[in-house]
Design a protein around this ligand. Structure first.
Ligand SMILES: Nc1nc2c(c(=O)[nH]1)N[C@H]1C(S)=C(S)[C@@H](COP(=O)(O)O)O[C@H]1N2
Ligand SMILES: [Mo]
Length: 359
């Protein structure tokens, strides 16, 4: 079998007592570059993948607008189009890292709910300008046509800034699992708000407080208060090679590589440490360093055959620095889970075996 055929997503089945809720993770440790092949893009769906007849599907824009509008896929195709290479990350990505003991899982099992595609579609601003947002219209609520009827509120500033109705992914129409025939795509913002199988956009005067943004996707603080609407994904990096399962075969020169991203803009630097964070050196970034995109970093490293702890730390153009594990927990409730972006450490023992370690 060609090695390529063995590279697959790991699927996570329904929770007991639920139907059709599942996810599959991108095998980040087997990929290079910044684009996730569409067949390997992670997927997360709360109540299955709906089968939608593209000829029947409509996008409705209503609420606080002068002219409510309805669009078919065909009518949307006549509007101004745009495409950008941008990441999509589930806010539950890396949630396994809150475990009190480090879980011995592959990079994809820990961090594989992130992918990066060239997303193509229509700027939502163009459609809202046509509908005419009333002055009281400050938010929208977007709803999907799946059984979960995923619904999320988004401030109008983001919608008018860079939100798109995505119809294409890496040049092809969206795949059914990623929202065919259309989805909301909010560059840099948490994956959950990128409503798939998008059916309605209602302009509102404030957030709608849907189940998907109150009971879930909020960040519980240690004073018992839940912070709502943590939209931009934090600056983050992950070493994908070496990683658990990709062990070293004897002392020598290896390539340490991985991915970095930030919901606030471009990655500025990625630093690497091989001594548990005492000293750091800058990694090389591949040519394409795009805003709100995955960035590929790599560095040659001579492993002397002794125990080592390697870690990466990303810094973005706004000066945000990827936090240590310890500092990430400050102010958060013990069982908080979403938006984990702290530095992760791989330990390498004298046999070259890699494990997930906490320092
Ligand atoms: N309609 C709908 N939209 C949805 C979801 C869903 O279950 N239903 N899941 C959300 C979540 S939690 C994430 S992380 C992203 C995942 O997008 P992907 O499956 O294309 O990777 O879609 C979001 N949009
Ligand atoms: Mo998600």
């Amino acid at each position: 079998m060609c090695i390529r055929d063995s590279i697959k997503r790991d699927s996570v089945g329904s929770q007991p007592g639920t139907t059709g809720s599942g996810a599959s993770r991108t095998p980040i440790e087997h990929l290079d570059g910044i684009i996730t092949p569409s067949r390997l893009h992670f997927e997360r769906h709360h109540s299955g993948i709906p089968e939608i007849d593209p000829g029947q599907h409509r996008l409705i824009i209503h609420g606080l607008v002068e002219r409510p509008l309805s669009f078919s896929l065909e009518s949307l195709a006549r509007y101004q189009q745009t495409s950008n290479i941008q990441f999509l990350e589930c806010s539950g990505n890396s949630g396994a890292m809150i475990s009190p003991k480090p879980l011995q899982r592959k990079a994809s099992d820990l961090h594989g709910l992130v992918s990066c595609s060239e997303w193509g579609g229509i700027p939502l601003k163009v459609l809202l300008d046509e509908a005419g947002v009333k002055s009281e219209g400050k938010w929208i609520v977007a709803s999907g046509s799946d059984a979960a009827m995923m619904s999320r509120s988004v401030p109008i500033e983001k919608i008018l800034d860079d939100a798109i109705i995505a119809t294409h992914q890496n040049g092809e129409p969206l795949r059914p699992s990623n929202g065919y025939p259309m989805r909301l795509f909010l560059p840099g913002w948490e994956g959950n708000a990128c409503v798939k199988w998008l059916r309605t956009i209602k302009v509102t005067s404030g957030p709608s407080m849907t189940k998907d943004e109150t009971s879930k996707y909020s960040d519980l603080r240690d004073d018992g208060i839940a912070e709502l609407f943590t939209f931009p994904m934090g600056v983050k990096s992950v070493i994908t090679s070496p990683s658990l399962g990709l062990d070293f075969a004897g002392a020598g020169i290896y390539q340490v590589k991985g991915i970095a991203w930030s919901g606030s803009g471009r990655i500025k630097t990625v630093e690497l440490s091989a001594d548990g964070g005492n000293t750091w050196a800058e990694a090389l970034l591949d040519q394409h360093v795009l805003p709100k995109s995955l960035t590929r970093f790599r560095s040659a490293w001579k492993w002397d055959g002794g125990p080592a702890t390697i870690m990466s730390r990303a810094i973005d153009e706004k000066g945000n620095v990827q936090p240590s594990r310890e500092s990430w927990f400050v102010g958060r409730a013990k069982n908080t889970f979403y938006h984990f972006n702290a530095i992760q450490t791989w330990g390498i023992n004298a046999a070259g075996e890699v494990s997930n370690v906490y320092l």
